[in-house]
Design a protein around this ligand. Structure first.
Ligand code: CDT
Length: 302
């Protein structure tokens, strides 16, 4: 077996007044707890360094940029990288990235994968940006990801932690294509951070199903691609908005093997055998034998 000890690094709420330094101290505490029970990798949420700012319509560019990181690591996050190296615990971290490109500054909703020596080995930019672009005052709170972020261009997998690792971010987990594009590259573990308000303004009748839909999507993605899936929340009441918890580790069988129980900072762990993917990839989901791509054309045509 190829065992990988993976920890959930669920965060409770981050309020607007909380500094990066305070948040990084919480991340370090979760990493220490994970190390104490043998973790080699800990997964943190989406946009894990600040409050979930897309809930506000902000016009001032400097104020928007105050939620973004211009470099990674930076002064505020360096202690997390140092601890990672000292303990030999890798991590997934979501943050708002301000990138300097030939065309100027571009904003992304980003995650990085850091190996057990504290080095960044992969970066992913969120593809499925939910919500809306313009101010919609009828909502109790905004979800302006389409305003603040540019979409990334896809999913690549990385050889890391003794296996094939992929990343996705929040809304990506609801889409079958996210997992399948990585499944086609042989992914063995998909890491996903999320911020999911319980209340969905355009479809409030779904509010009671928000935890169910979270788990349904990730269990289906795991089973249909013969991969481990690790989903981690920023949970609880943040600036008056309640977000789901439900962080969990899902086996290639689709079964949940570890789960957080609170909506605060919480670490949970599972020993994941990456070799457990093979029986699914060799049989029911042997893509080479059983997929029928000639029948799937519409998926990319519209
Ligand atoms: N962060 C993120 O992508 N959240 C969405 C909220 C629902 S869409 C407004 C999600 O898919 O969980």
């Amino acid at each position: 077996p190829r065992y990988l000890n993976v920890a959930l690094g669920q965060l409770g709420p981050i309020q607007r007044a909380d500094s990066r330094t305070q948040v990084v101290a919480r991340l370090c505490e979760l990493m220490r707890q994970a190390h104490a029970v043998g973790a080699q990798l800990i997964v943190f949420p989406e946009l894990a360094l600040t409050t979930f700012f897309p809930r506000w319509y902000i016009e001032d560019e400097a104020e928007i940029n105050s939620f973004f990181e211009q470099s990674m690591p930076n002064a505020a996050t360096q202690p997390l990288f140092d601890l990672s190296k000292a303990l030999g615990v890798g991590f997934y971290l979501g943050y708002a990235e301000l990138a300097q490109e030939a065309t100027g500054a571009v904003r992304y909703n980003t995650s990085i994968l850091v190996d057990r020596s504290g080095q960044i080995v992969a970066k992913y930019r969120k593809v499925h940006l939910p919500g809306h672009k313009e101010h919609e005052p009828w909502r109790r709170f905004q979800h302006l990801e389409k305003r603040y972020f540019t979409a990334g261009d896809g999913w690549e997998v990385t050889q890391a932690f003794g296996g094939v690792v992929g990343m996705a971010i929040c809304n990506d987990r609801r889409w079958a294509e996210t997992y399948r594009v990585m499944g086609l590259q042989g992914v063995e573990m998909v890491l996903i951070g999320y911020n999911t308000p319980v209340h969905n303004a355009p479809a409030p009748e779904h509010d009671d199903l928000s935890l169910f839909h979270n788990q349904l999507s990730m269990q289906a993605g795991a089973y249909q691609n013969g991969t481990w899936v690790v989903g981690v929340a920023k949970a609880g009441v943040e600036e008056g908005v309640d977000s789901i918890g439900g962080s969990c580790i899902i086996a290639p069988s689709g079964e949940v093997v570890a789960r957080c129980l609170t909506k605060g900072d919480e670490m949970a762990i599972a020993r994941c055998d990456l070799d457990f993917c093979a029986i699914y990839k060799r049989t029911t989901f042997n893509f080479d034998l059983h997929r029928q791509p000639q029948a799937y054309g519409l998926i990319t045509q519209r």
